[in-house]
Ligand binder design. Structure first.
Ligand SMILES: [Zn+2]
Length: 132
């Protein structure tokens, strides 16, 4: 398990960003919405299913545990978040450059990455100034 102060302050925020928020961020930042390799517009972000209230990884739950979580928390679909990839630079520390979101091209498979901390920073600033 990766731990450090920088990450622990932001982990919840980084791991609960939804695809539509990421799309808003990309639009706002002027990012290219086409594949940089083949030019296709069919880009998909890597996502995962997570229950915000849980500290563990829901993908490791038994079917019975999962059923209990669904009973308690409701709609499964509403808990889809972007998958945050942690890059291990070998020093055991995770910082702003080490948390990334991946976008894959459905046509050619080219993968591009965005710093998750930039997306989170934009969303938090956005909240502060009362937009949305
Ligand atoms: Zn492509």
């Amino acid at each position: 398990m990766i731990t450090n102060q920088w990450l622990e302050k932001r982990r919840h925020g980084l791991e609960t960003i939804k695809a539509n928020q990421f799309a808003d961020y990309l639009k706002n930042s002027g990012a290219n919405t086409h594949c940089l390799s083949c030019g296709s517009a069919e880009l998909v972000p890597a996502q995962t299913t997570r229950f915000p209230e849980l500290t563990g990884d829901p993908e490791t739950l038994t079917p019975d545990e999962l059923a209990a979580e669904l009973e308690e928390h409701g709609d499964f679909v509403s808990y889809r978040f972007l998958r945050c990839y942690y890059v291990d630079a070998g020093d055991g520390l995770i910082g702003a450059f080490d948390c990334q979101f991946q976008v894959a091209c459905k046509n050619c498979g080219f993968v591009s990455r965005h710093l998750a901390s930039k997306v989170l920073g934009w969303l938090e600033k956005d909240k502060d100034i009362g937009l949305k």
